[in-house]
Design a protein around this ligand. Structure first.
Ligand code: XIL
Length: 591
């Protein structure tokens, strides 16, 4: 034990030296690299704009792109209107820049997109007299053939030019309709001038031009139950017909509120069952009124799922780099903010097994020591430290800024022995006093485990079901409906230093459908604490709540017993039903 501690102190000191040599922690080159982190799972890509009318993110966001991604998609510059604005006149200049950038930086390139109803010049669909073929009541065989020839010539010209440098193509984009009565989008000029088999013709041509290229069908709302079944029918028909198709592209223009993880997972299974590879081609997760922290949690869950399916998912592309150049700019859907700084969402996918702020703390530091002018004396990552190894003067420290979920503990003796003093963020830190009386300290994440889980409980109402509030199962609840107050007490079995508590109320459950807000969530309640189960103190009080999840930081209190005490079970005066799916408490044992 002791030896281990010494070793870990040494390794932490190394980390400390690295960290302290730079306080410019937000520099993107210091950040962990997503392409590195995900290298054994899938390519991690971004869409970049290079077209002259778009913000040229390849240059303005180049540093982030180089460090974070190993796959590129042209956001617009490989679409038909860009590549072939006039019949037979191909324009490869801007995508050429993209290809060079990819080659210089060891990245692969996804091709997007050959055949689409959007961003495709009008001339594709005009007959020799200039009339729109797709608007005619009767399309002649000659008209139809003309459009097929143009489509095939476009595929041939583009794929021949790029060759194997573009390793996969979204051959056809968005051909399935949102209208439940049909499979194919009926108003597509391709359907109207060629018929629904334009898709098969396009894939066959693409395969003929470059048999090495992986060919994808790409669509939006591709995980939504109303649409995915019809996409699968179309793909099955193609596969049965021997059409060369290798993959399904799921665009992924999602939001914090949907689609659900189970919807995404069901769709992944459906496409994988067809024997297709899956690319997530255009991921962005709009805020939709939520906070950046909620967005981070959503990105974390999504990437956790993608990793689970990394045997079929071979590429995940974000549709842009930073919110300042997103096509959904008002929804801030990307991993970097308008100042090109990493958002909580970035940190969340650095390690999907931990909350975003823990990943951030491990890289950028969990504790900042400040002097009495509020200046940063030093920033430390979680670990164990000897006081005499610090390269700043602890005596000068007058404040601590501690990242959520973390705790700083100073010890009287070396190797974390003797009396201990605990801290979270404070403006009243007496560095001089600690420099005098302490020799070592730790910075640790103490939020990892719910210490109330499966501990013994006592309740004033529905005692028989009270254990359901601490069973770790978000489907079973303790639901008293009598005369408030209602309380449930948990015996933590030993004294703990507590820093956070969480209550998951009516709205989180399967009956309410996992909603964020509801008047049926407990309105007034508090956390009470006790050393002996007899004398109680109020540790934190909540009033007028409507949120389904109440997640609160605590100002470091010690307790062996905790009690959830509810005085107003809902914000509707006539309703006395309380539903608690889970009551959680976080902290660390006091030795
Ligand atoms: C978008 C681009 O991001 C915008 O810059 C452009 O104005 C419109 O197209 N589905 C697709 C992408 O397949 O090509 C679209 O890209 C977004 C929706």
């Amino acid at each position: 034990m002791k030896k281990q501690r010494i070793i870990s102190i040494i390794s932490i000191l190394v980390a400390f030296v690295l960290i302290s040599s730079s306080t410019a922690l937000a520099d993107s080159y210091m950040l962990p690299s997503l392409s590195e982190i995900y290298k054994d799972h899938f390519h991690i890509g971004t869409a970049v704009s290079v077209a002259s009318w778009a913000p040229k993110t390849l240059f303005s966001h180049g540093d982030i792109i180089k460090r974070q991604f190993n796959s590129l998609t042209a956001e617009n510059a490989m679409k038909p209107d860009y590549l072939q604005p006039r019949p037979g006149v191909f324009n490869f200049r801007e995508p050429g820049n993209l290809i060079r950038f990819a080659e210089d930086n060891d990245m692969v390139v996804r091709g997007h997109t050959l055949v689409w109803h959007g961003q495709t010049p009008d001339w594709f669909f005009r007959d020799k007299s200039g009339n729109r073929i797709d608007e005619k009541a009767v399309v002649t065989e000659e008209d139809r053939q003309l459009v097929i020839d143009r489509m095939e010539a476009h595929i041939e010209g583009v794929m021949t030019h790029f060759g194997d440098i573009v390793y996969c193509w979204d051959v056809v984009n968005e051909a399935v309709t949102d209208d439940a009565a049909h499979i194919h989008r009926q108003d597509s000029p391709w359907v109207r001038s060629v018929g629904e088999d334009f898709i098969k013709i396009a894939f066959r041509k693409a395969h003929e031009v470059n048999p090495n290229a992986k060919l994808f069908y790409n669509d939006y709302n591709a995980v939504a139950p109303y649409k995915r079944g019809r996409i699968v029918s179309m793909l099955k028909d193609m596969i049965n017909d021997g059409v060369p198709i290798h993959g399904m592209g799921i665009q992924g223009h999602w939001s914090v509120n949907g689609p659900s993880i189970s919807e995404i997972e069901d769709a992944l299974k459906m496409y994988a069952d067809l024997g297709l590879e899956i690319h997530i081609t255009e991921l962005d997760v709009g805020l939709d009124g939520a906070t950046e922290e909620q967005q981070a949690e959503r990105y974390r869950e999504i990437f956790q799922l993608f990793k689970k399916y990394d045997h079929v998912i071979t590429s995940v592309t974000l549709w842009g780099v930073a919110d300042d150049a997103s096509w959904r700019g008002d929804e801030d859907p990307l991993l970097f903010n308008r100042n090109h700084e990493p958002k909580p969402a970035f940190w969340a996918i650095v390690d999907t097994d931990k909350p975003w702020y823990v990943n951030k703390a491990e890289c950028n530091g969990a504790v900042m020591f400040k002097n009495n002018a509020g200046e940063n004396l030093g920033t430390l990552v979680p670990g164990e430290y000897a006081l005499d190894s610090l390269d700043f003067k602890l005596e000068e420290a007058a404040g601590l800024e501690v990242i959520k979920g973390h705790l700083v503990t100073f010890y009287e003796l070396e190797d974390l022995q003797g009396d201990a003093w605990h801290f979270i963020s404070t403006d009243e830190f007496n560095g001089a006093d600690l420099a005098n009386k302490a020799k070592s300290f730790t910075i640790q994440y103490v939020d990892a485990a719910n210490i109330a889980l499966n501990k013994s409980v006592e309740a004033n109402v529905r005692q028989d079901r009270a254990h359901r509030a601490v069973d770790g199962d978000n489907v079973s609840s303790w639901s008293p409906s009598d005369e408030p107050p209602y309380w449930v007490t948990v015996d933590l079995e030993e004294p703990y230093l507590l820093n956070r508590w969480v209550v998951k109320l009516q709205g989180t459950g399967p009956l309410a459908g996992g909603i964020a807000e509801s008047p049926l969530n407990a309105a007034d309640f508090k956390l009470m604490i006790s050393e002996d189960g007899v004398n109680w103190l109020d540790a934190d009080t909540v009033e007028g709540n409507t949120a389904s999840v109440c997640d609160r930081d605590l100002n470091l209190v010690t307790a062996r017993y905790v009690r959830l005490y509810v005085t107003r079970p809902t914000s509707l005066d006539i309703n006395k039903n309380l539903v608690v799916y889970e009551f959680e408490v976080y902290g660390m044992p006091l030795e």
